[in-house]
Design a protein around this ligand. Sequence first.
Ligand SMILES: [Zn+2]
Length: 91
Amino acid sequence: MVLNPETLKQMILILTKTHADEISCSECFDEIDRFAEIELVGKSAAEALPLVQDHLEHCQDCHEEYQALMAALKFTDVSDPGESNEKNQKI
Ligand SMILES: [Zn+2]
């Protein structure tokens, strides 16, 4: 099979379509801490986790959760010896 531009276009279309699927609140919740951490280190979380970004834009509950998480993360910083330890290795 030859990957001509047309085939590629179709594949991208399929991928984009899948990509555009909304995630559930629990899926969003699973990723939200990572999302917040990416934001906190000054990277684009929207680019890294577009599905979460998309969900946050549409879901008031998760958006509030995200706001609270961001506030908490900023407040506690990286000195939290708890569960976030493994993820907070030097970036
Ligand atoms: Zn939600």
